[in-house]
Design a protein. Sequence first.
Length: 310
Amino acid sequence: MALDPRLSEQEVATVNRATAHGRTLASAMPRLILEARRIAATVIHGLHGRRRAGSGENFWQYRRFVSGEPAHRVDWRRSARDDHLYVREREWEAAHTVWLWPDRSPSMNFVSHLANDTKLERVMVVAFALAEILVEGGERVGIPGLIRPTASRNIIDKIAQAVLHDAGMRTSLPPSFAPSPLAEVVMLSDLWSPIGDVRASIAQLSANGAHGHVVQTVDPAEETFPYSGRIEFVEPEGAGTITAGRAETWRIDYGKRIERHRAEIRAETDRLGWSFAVHRTDRPASELLLALHARMGDGGANRWSRARSA
């Protein structure tokens, strides 16, 4: 690819890094797909989808009749078996849309010696596996700016192809769009963007009443700051470098800034009724997947928002 000669040296370096990272992701994609399918199969086994009562045709369960309900709802055949009245509930069948946002910006390519996967690889595996589970349960899945909501059985392949052929800018936060009030949004990002941008993005996505889940995906080194001595830190998205003469002296202040940043994100998600959690890449992807699946669609955002990690 020929680069525009008018680009600065820093811009050229940024473009070259993005190109190299794109090739690396392409080579890793088969492994990520296999891992996602393995995890999805494990989670799907024993789950019964996100079933709930509604206006479908398939029987779901019997429940006790509640005083004040219309009498025509009573299932008299079932009620004749004992001394209680029962209502025959049917399964809710309306298609539900879930928007996934796996952050693919340059900062997601970071991996330390404390983890085996980059943050990008982890969010792609979780996005693939979650999409497979949701489609298996009859939901529609989309990625803003990349894939329209679909219930296609080959959803993982569709996402992988769209990601590999996406020539657009890799932004940390989702593009501005308006999810429907009944939709759910899952943000998988390191969320190291300025807090004002993070708050604005979450507020915009929830403006129409959509519910959402925000997962900060981090490398364990970003949590513990295990550095000492003279270290040069390079900002992966072109903002330059900074050198620490004695990096260990930064650890306490660094930890306080991380906690303050997360507290502000958590305050915003709590205010909007969204959930928030932190996922470290040295933990199994299946932990996060199970936590997400359990919380999606159950109205339990406020309970989960106080979880410190998944």
